[in-house]
Design a protein around this ligand. Sequence first.
Ligand code: CTP
Length: 426
Amino acid sequence: MFHRGDRGRQDKAGRVNRVSVRKVAMFKDKSILLGVSGGIAAYKAAELVRLLVKAGATVRVVMTANAAQFVTPLTFQALSSNPVGLDLFSLESESQIGHIHQARLADLVILAPATANLVAKMAAGIADDYLTTILLATTAPVLVCPAMNVKMWEHPATQRNVETLAGLGYAICSPASGSLACREEGTGRLADLADITEAAARLITPPGLSGKRVLVSAGPTWEPLDPVRFLSNPSSGKMGYALARVAARRSARVHLVSGPCSLEAPPGVELTSVTTALEMQAAIRALAPQMDAIVMAAAVSDYRPSETAPQKRKKGDASEVLRLEANPDILAELGKSKPPAQVLAGFAAETENLVENAREKLVAKNLDFIVANDLMKNGSGFGTDTNEVKILERDGKITALPRLTKEEVAAEVWDRVQRLFSDGSR
Ligand code: CTP
């Protein structure tokens, strides 16, 4: 059982203390005003409301008159459980000067879709309806997600207006390329909703890692036996990618060195894709000296075949002995050459003696802390969306976290890194 408020009661003698953590639903306690203008992509805004509400936000939708031609206000009202703003001169809303009230309530404004017309009005500072008056009155960050026909997007006037908005401090989530509703191909589709929510999360997350360069390793390595077979493990990369995403949200400059996996690097994260442990070692060696923090979440193969056959190995005798040789321990090498100001952390993947084995790795690899992961636990380890870990620190503190999403574990990791940056020890 975990209770709120246990956090911080940790034991220096190395006894394991269980703590609760705040669950970091991405938009918990945040008030988001979603402005919807009149384009075909307005229907996608309905799904965006659902995602934002699911991530903990209170969402209020304001529509332009044209948007209401595409999707009914009732749809947004049902999904947001809040009245939808439409009309500047509604007697009811203007009894409280509704547009000013709405502008003050919002922690964040998202405009999706933002039509060429809305973008143009904003660039000119025009306020002639409910949504545009709110936009002039709000001091909250505003994320503009344009969506329109490719020719309209490429028009110099639209491009100039978007540049003007960026210059005024608006965040822009650029449209994606693909086939458009007008049966043309090109740039103009509303950005993926995952990219919009990620951009929104970055706007409301305190920039605790601003100015820091961090390196995260993720995924497995593949050690080839021949052109079509390799030795590896079932690492999905989810933990490392969550670490990269959360660090980027906190405004770090993030470099991700990833073994083969099917995940997409979060926007803005510099990705180096590698296959083998030796390639991962080379990529990390080149980057490490400039990094303020390094977190090794990759499941590096400890061994590689001594020989890689140039062609597919043919079936031979019933039994065959494979000769292996040891791969370098990348993290141990980083620990040996660690600049004093750098924070270095790793993961320990264990099936037994979790704390003892993790503690040995913490010391042997000269780490600031290690995240011990029990691979035998349900909902923890390879491929899952959650992890139940213990974090061991240098001074003997051990924190046992409840089962958390990998993003929540990542938040705990970066909280510790930030604490080390700010405690004067480096
Ligand atoms: N690691 C590494 N290079 C290796 C093996 C591991 O950098 N060749 C890193 C991992 O990224 C992880 C940490 O070291 O952060 C611990 O990895 P783990 O697989 O738990 O332990 P090993 O050191 O490989 O030891 P063992 O396999 O004996 O448990």
